[in-house]
Design a protein around this ligand. Structure first.
Ligand code: GLN
Length: 303
């Protein structure tokens, strides 16, 4: 997905996230402000997942968020204190179907990915092969985001916490597919974990709530950008930002590139994370993909 958000706090109408603020998710779908070269609009599907007393509920469609005739009224009448919502700009070559739209879900977990796995799918063949074959046969969709979800879910099923599941997945995919953009977003309704590798993310918190979003929903000066190369762990009233640098692999200049992988002078993610964590010039204006020269024979890098 190309723009995503999680809200945790006192129950609010879904419309408070999707439709009401000046730069609500619907506005980000047709006029996003900070796509960093990853496409222009987010019209290839959307989804919203929310926690209720009766368990998680999800609503996804393959079309643009702005053209759903029923969601505005639904979103005004449904309230939740745990919401993940996303709008999608499909990567070239990936199908437009509701099954490819976030949030991906199992039990209490909702998941979304903003970005692209470089060199997909060859670059992550070995990473994917570590999953149970049944998981591969039942991927939500033949997309990079669905595979990332399967990798995160596998770790969660094996007992990892949210942070470990996201950090380990980012680390293994970044090692296998350098140059990937890996903004992952995961919540269980109590905690939200988000990675920033190549795309924008901001956070707004007070004593009772936390809102993590690709782009600020309004002009509230309390919104804070999350530096690139970070894993954010947040609950209402508490935020922790952990640099990814120790988790990311060293530059892999001797590794034989997979077909379609980015050129060897791709800026290593580890250096970006290190710059970000030291407060260097890093990345808020120059994501990894923007720093590498375009490969003329490749399709546009639109995620
Ligand atoms: N690559 C993912 C997809 O096609 C996410 C795209 C994006 O973040 N724009 O679904």
């Amino acid at each position: 997905m190309c723009r995503h958000l999680v809200y945790l706090g006192p129950p609010v109408p879904l419309a408070r996230l999707l439709f009401d603020p000046p730069h609500a998710l619907v506005h980000q779908s047709w006029r996003p402000a900070d796509m960093r070269g990853g496409g222009t609009i987010n019209a290839d599907g959307f989804g919203v997942g929310w926690h209720t007393a009766d368990g998680p509920v999800r609503y996804r469609r393959a079309g643009p968020l702005w053209s759903d005739p029923d969601l505005p009224a639904l979103a005004r009448s449904v309230r939740s204190g745990g919401v993940l919502a996303a709008v999608r700009s499909a990567t070239v070559g990936m199908p437009v179907t509701p099954f490819a739209a976030a949030p991906f879900n199992e039990g209490p977990w909702f998941f979304s990915h903003n970005g692209v796995v470089a060199g997909w799918p060859a670059s992550v063949e070995k990473t994917a092969a570590a999953l149970p074959l049944s998981d591969l046969l039942t991927l939500d969709a033949p997309t990079d985001s669905a595979l990332l979800w399967a990798l995160v879910r596998d770790r969660l099923r094996l007992g990892s916490g949210l942070f470990e599941a996201v950090a380990d997945t980012v680390a293994s995919v970044a090692a296998a597919a350098p140059g990937s953009r890996l903004n992952l977003l995961l919540t269980d309704g109590t905690t939200v974990v988000a990675s920033t590798v190549g795309h924008a993310l901001s956070v707004l918190t007070d004593d009772h709530s936390v809102l993590v979003s690709s782009e600020p929903l309004d002009a509230n000066p309390s919104w804070r950008p999350v530096p690139d190369g970070t894993i954010l762990v947040a609950t209402p009233g508490s935020i922790e930002q952990i640099p990814l640098n120790d988790r990311l692999p060293p530059p892999t200049t001797t590794r034989r590139p997979a077909p379609n992988s980015p050129p060897a002078d791709t800026v290593p993610l580890a250096s970006i994370a290190r710059l970000a964590s030291t407060g260097g010039p890093a990345d808020t204006s120059q994501p990894a993909a923007a720093l590498r020269p375009a490969a003329p024979s490749q399709p546009p890098d639109n995620a």
